[in-house]
Write a protein that binds this ligand. Sequence first.
Ligand code: ZN
Ligand code: ZN
Length: 364
Amino acid sequence: MGENARRKQAVAAARKLGVDALLVTHLPDVRWLCGFTGSNAAVVVPVGSRFRPILVTDGRYTAQAKAEAAGLKVVIAPKSAAIAACEWMAQAGLKRCGFDEGNTTVAALKQMQAAVPAKLRRSMFQPVGALVSTLRWIKDADEIGKMRDAAALGCRLFDDIFEHIVPGATEAEVALALEYKAKLAGATEMSFPSIVASGPRSSLPHGRASSAKLPSRGFVTLDFGVVLDGYCSDMTRTVHLGKATAEEQRVYEAVLEAQETAVAAVRAGVTGGDVDEAARSVLRRAKLDKWFTHSTGHGVGLEIHEGPRLAAKQTQKLEAGMVVTIEPGVYIPGRFGVRIEDMVLVTKTGAEILTPSTKAWIQL
Ligand code: ZN
Ligand code: ZN
């Protein structure tokens, strides 16, 4: 199931915009529309029924394209897939194609225009924004299954990492242990360079694992994800090495309360801004909000950062089937930081947590 219904959605959205085809070159969109996972691809989805959708790729991918993109006509071209797709559209008599200007360089657009007859150059390419990427925000049953599996693997990795979190080990060693276990368990890669930020480095919201040694006392923030069957997971837990101060415990409890309050605010119909405010208001009451310096969350799927954004003043409403992160944090510069992040599935009535590893205080 899946891709055929997704192409129908894309056609319906394109028809409303008055274009007679969509040219899709952003690779996660290509994968979503037809299942193809190669690194050079363009898909043309015609709005009318005169043509089947086509997948253009190059000779390295002939067999793979036919196997993965069943239902599409595969065109092999020894040049840029986008340019070959434009030539095909012009020959097929298509006059107005929608493309995602946010994922097309100026240079690529010039080449695309040069690939069609001069009289079509102005009218052919209609910017339609992130039309397909936006459709991807709402996951179908097949995708939700894959995201559950990716998130569950992330949890198993976290639950199994404590023996590596010892004073004197480097952050890089902890990250490597996570990644080694992830690959053994079938992950193709990590969703992003793992964050292992210890001691004062935990006050860096994006402290990539470094050669810093874990201290005998202090926080260790782990923010990581795996890619499993194309889908990303994303979770953060913060643990403490040695005896904590009362202030460290107070900050942890406040971040946890903010995170749980925001998760409880999630359901179809609320806005990204509502969820952000739910987290921020808890930290405001604790007089910690000035240290919460990023947004509360983001969509996740084939890409690690997708829409919708869960941030101040975001009016985009959440819908059932979206998968978003809820990840408030407090970062006191030069001293310490705490972040707690879950991936949740938005439902009509609430949120289902896909990353159920414990969020209780962990002291190692
Ligand atoms: Zn994360
Ligand atoms: Zn995240």
